[in-house]
Write a protein that binds this ligand. Structure first.
Ligand SMILES: NC(=O)c1ccc[n+]([C@@H]2O[C@H](COP(=O)([O-])OP(=O)(O)OC[C@H]3O[C@@H](n4cnc5c(N)ncnc54)[C@H](O)[C@@H]3O)[C@@H](O)[C@H]2O)c1
Length: 253
């Protein structure tokens, strides 16, 4: 088991990448706090973990709100006494929109969840990690930051900020033995995917158009990202910090 004895907090744990990662971290021995703005789905993730013999905790948190982020960290530490891994994964998508049609409320919401959410998670987790002498912070970015797709301006910019934040913070926290790493998934088969296509469901033409841009010839599964997150969170990645780890089938080449 790669995470035996560790305590992890995963945001956006009710669905997609967060769900797959919470399940895998628990299978690998971690106790997992599952935070999501949708408390019902966070509870379902916890049930799945417990059914498989793992330990988990469901937390309702809107990561764009400071009080929620503080509470999710405090409740995790109150339950298990420490926090070794924070996976800032919760995010919201953008549907293709021309810049002149992108309204301020949409722009602000994307930045609030995708960027402020990462900052707030770090803000409250770092003092705990410093006190215990180390930790790992993973932030979900996107290939959209590196090879943007048309019409996703705010989303691409938000994920670019996540990568820059990751690098800056990795420098700051290296003396504290806290590693900070971004993960950049290419299009991943989750409930978020149709939004990037401006559709309600992924249809064959939409899927084919995306697959065509990925040299390895398929989309990510949520488990592809969970496996990368497991490696990066584990001691196998002890010398990895400040990097943006692309899980993209070659999309960013
Ligand atoms: N699916 C893709 O193609 C893709 C590609 C690259 C990056 N990503 C990123 O991966 C991450 C996970 O997305 P996913 O594909 O698993 O999507 P998803 O929609 O399946 O899961 C996102 C989860 O985040 C939760 N969430 C949304 N806003 C929140 C908030 N304010 N506070 C707390 N939780 C909130 C949702 O309730 C949901 O459970 C996101 O950061 C997303 O931007 C996704």
């Amino acid at each position: 088991m790669k995470l035996k004895g560790k305590v992890a907090l995963v945001t956006g744990a009710g669905s997609g990448i967060g769900l797959a990662t919470a399940l895998l971290f628990a299978r690998e021995g971690a106790r997992v706090a599952c935070a999501d703005v949708n408390e019902g789905t966070a509870k379902q993730t916890v049930q799945q973990i417990e059914k498989a013999g793992g330990q988990a905790l469901a937390l309702r948190a809107d990561v764009s709100r400071a009080a929620d982020c503080q509470a999710m960290v405090e409740r995790t530490v109150a339950s298990w006494g420490r926090l070794d891994i924070l996976f800032n994964n919760a995010g919201v998508p953008e549907s293709p929109t021309r810049v002149e049609e992108l309204d301020e409320a949409t722009f602000d919401r994307i930045m609030a969840v995708n960027v402020r959410g990462v900052y707030l998670g770090c803000r409250y987790a770092v003092p705990v990690m410093k006190k215990q002498g180390g930790g790992v912070i993973l932030n979900t970015a996107s290939t959209a930051a590196i090879r943007p797709r048309r019409g996703l301006n705010a989303y691409c910019a938000s994920k670019g900020a996540v990568i820059a934040w990751t690098k800056a913070l990795a420098m700051e926290l290296a003396p504290n033995r806290i590693r900070v790493v971004a993960i950049a998934p290419v299009a991943t088969d989750t409930p978020m995917l149709p939004a990037f296509m401006g559709k309600r469901v992924v249809d064959d033409p939409g899927r084919e158009a995306m697959v065509k841009t990925i040299p390895l010839g398929r989309l990510n599964t949520p488990e592809d990202i969970a496996l990368a997150a497991l490696f990066l969170a584990s001691d196998d990645a002890a010398m990895v910090t400040g990097t943006c780890f692309e899980v993209d089938g070659g999309r960013c080449i």
